[in-house]
Design a binder for this molecule. Structure first.
Ligand SMILES: Nc1ncnc2c1ncn2[C@@H]1O[C@H](COP(=O)(O)OP(=O)(O)O)[C@@H](O)[C@H]1O
Ligand SMILES: [Mg+2]
Length: 358
């Protein structure tokens, strides 16, 4: 296992900049997820680490070695893609051991390593089969086994589960987390799925398309708790969380902040034009004290363990999430309250997070 460090990375295709000003320090043994919408440069950055892509400027280090000029094959990384390119005419065992056989490793060692890795990924009973006889999930395990058997310092995963159906995806997610604990390797995992990011990452790098941000693709690098509870900017606030955070236009002055009919005393370095955010689970319905606004029930979704409520208010639609208790009728007027300590404030001009206290 090795740390991975990116410093001042710029990547362009022809005259189009795709990645700019990317700095990331990934610790040895860490599981880091790159998450962001399609086209934000996740695959490009991963390929840069693998050595399959050349940046315009910046430094890539693996362990304590700068690898800009090191061949992909000598970087000690293994990459697993969404499209597991297996050899159809070879058995699972031969697919897994392909690289070892190419290097002329001893037969006994190959057999032992393949058996070991097959056990890790649950393929022990399938070693003699051809890929065509396997399910999609099993084939992805072969691709995974092929990477593990190389014992790389760093694993790079590019949306490896997106071809699998939901049930397999969930199972593979927890298996990958288990493998990470068992192997202790540094793993970098790319996905556009925020649930995958939140459930798998020790830390999450939220990336945005350069066209939307201008300065850098990196919007935030933090633990799942940090990106959820303290989003660094509006982009992260909107991208992480489902249903997404409610956002309103607000104003701030010496007296506090105001949005719609609500006025809350708060102090802090806050510009006059702000965007106020509150997560659906933090909207209080007909409880609490202090200022409230009226919402009319427009709709509801019952998710079993919880319910979503959609309200029409004077400042737009608000979504609330409650445990499955509580019931409101369509068209009913409900008092909506927003605990000050649950509010997120953003500079309306820059989108940057601002802190204020009650
Ligand atoms: N080989 C290429 N030539 C030109 N543009 C590319 C190439 N590969 C990717 N791009 C562009 O670079 C941007 C980032 O792509 P990519 O890293 O694949 O994004 P992601 O993996 O986050 O969806 C996209 O706008 C994409 O169209
Ligand atoms: Mg991609």
């Amino acid at each position: 296992m090795s740390a991975v460090s990116l410093q001042g990375i710029d990547i362009s295709y022809g005259s189009v900049d795709v990645v700019r000003n990317l700095d990331l320090d990934i610790k040895s043994g860490e599981f880091v997820v790159f998450v962001g919408p399609s086209g934000c440069g996740k695959s490009t950055t991963l390929r840069l680490i693998a050595g399959l892509e050349e940046g315009r400027s910046g430094r890539v280090s693996i362990g304590d070695k700068v690898v800009n000029d090191v061949d992909p094959a000598k970087r000690d990384v293994a990459m697993v893609f969404q499209n597991y390119a297996l050899f159809p005419h070879m058995s699972v065992a031969d697919n897994i051991s392909f690289g070892m056989r190419l290097r002329g490793e001893p037969k006994e060692k190959i057999r032992a390593n393949v058996a070991d890795v097959a056990r890790m990924v649950g393929l022990s009973d399938h070693l003699h089969k051809r890929p065509g006889a396997l399910s999609g999930g099993q084939r992805q395990r072969v691709a995974l086994a092929r990477a593990i058997v190389r014992k790389p310092a760093v694993f790079l995963f590019d949306e490896p589960l997106s071809n699998l159906d939901a049930e397999f995806r969930a199972a593979m997610r927890s298996e990958l987390s288990r493998l990470h604990r068992e192997l202790g390797s540094t793993m970098i995992y790319v996905t556009h799925d925020q649930v995958e990011a939140m459930t798998m990452g020790d830390r999450i790098a939220v990336l945005a398309p350069l066209a939307q941000t201008g300065h850098s693709n990196l919007m935030q690098f933090g633990t799942p708790e940090e990106v959820y509870h303290r989003p660094a900017n509006l982009f992260v606030a909107k991208f992480i969380g489902s249903p997404p955070m409610n956002l309103f236009d607000g104003r701030a002055d010496e007296g506090g902040i105001r949005f719609g009919e609500i006025r809350l005393p708060m102090e802090g370095q806050v510009p006059a034009a702000i965007t106020v955010g509150v997560r659906p689970e933090h909207v209080l319905l007909n409880t609490g004290e202090g200022p409230f606004m009226t919402g009319t029930v427009e709709g509801t979704e019952n998710l079993g363990h919880e319910k979503l409520w959609f309200f029409a208010t004077e400042i737009g639609r608000i979504v609330a999430r409650t445990p499955d208790t509580g019931n409101f009728r369509l068209g009913e007027a409900v008092n909506l309250r927003f605990p000050a300590e649950r509010l997120h404030l953003f500079d309306a001009a820059t989108g940057g997070r601002r802190e204020a206290r009650t």
